[in-house]
Write a protein of this length. Structure first.
Lengths: 115, 148
């Protein structure tokens, strides 16, 4: 039978097992959206920036960047890296991954042969 | 191919000429003269055709020379690398692409360049998205980083 004090100590000891031994910064609160606008800023190039060098015709006015929303949706996905799908053994993903690995191996072997 | 057969075929010359500035001097002169074309005639026609383009802009042309020494030519839009270099403000592309970034370009620039190239005849069957990906590929080869 544990006395009250001993019980408290035991609880404390149990609690000490759960003390973190690493540091972790507190999660930041979600930043409040800009007042009035619900649009995200997609581009580093704000509206009405002059795009230099693209007016190659004579007497063509300087080409100017439009607002983010006026560009098609696919534009913002062009620089995303392609993810190879994982559809299990025998699927397209495995084939793509193997081909990529084989090509890389051939390139490395060829390079080593030049050394 | 025998000499006679060679003479009987139309020859094609691919050359990059600054707009409105074709001259009989090299590289245009010898390239055409060797195939029997009067370079002065070509220059006058070329300068007339590229009068709407800012002078000095490199214009790829394809000159087809018939066996009877008459010629026709097609002009295309300036090379993508020319536009990219002008937009990024660099003179030459990187000597070691992939091993360092020498400039940055926005996706909006890529879009506008793709729009210009889409007016070309040999690209009109492609989606604008496809042309834009080729522009990004050229930017990567020059050592430019494409940012949103």
């Amino acid at each position: 039978m544990l006395s009250r004090a001993a019980f408290g100590l035991a609880l404390l000891r149990r609690r000490t097992c759960f003390i973190r031994t690493y540091s972790d910064s507190a999660k930041p609160l979600s930043t409040p959206k800009e007042k009035g606008t619900s649009e995200k800023i997609l581009s580093s190039c704000p509206e009405n920036t002059v795009l230099a060098g693209l007016n190659y015709l004579k007497d063509q006015p300087p080409v100017v960047a439009k607002a983010d929303s006026e560009y098609p949706e696919w534009l913002w996905k062009l620089i995303e890296t392609k993810e190879i799908p994982n559809d299990g053994p025998g699927g397209r993903g495995e084939k793509m991954r193997m081909r990529k690995a084989n090509k890389q191996r051939i390139k490395e072997q060829n390079f080593l042969k030049t050394q | 191919m025998s000499k006679a057969a060679q003479m009987a075929r139309a020859q094609v010359v691919r050359i990059l000429i600054p707009a409105c500035k074709a001259a009989p001097t090299p590289p245009v002169g010898p390239a055409l003269g060797a195939r029997g074309v009067k370079s002065m005639d070509f220059c006058k026609e070329f300068n007339a055709k590229t009068a709407h383009i800012e002078p000095g802009v490199p214009t790829p042309t394809l000159i087809t020379i018939q066996p009877d020494r008459t010629f026709t030519f097609i002009t295309k839009t300036p090379p993508v690398s020319y536009f990219l270099k002008k937009t990024a403000g660099i003179e030459k592309g990187s000597g070691k692409p992939g091993q360092g970034i020498i400039g940055t370009i926005s996706l909006k620039h890529v879009y506008e360049i793709a729009k210009i190239k889409a007016t070309d005849d040999h690209l009109k069957h492609l989606r604008l998205e496809a042309i834009a990906s080729t522009v990004i590929g050229s930017a990567r080869s020059l050592g430019l980083q494409v940012v949103a």
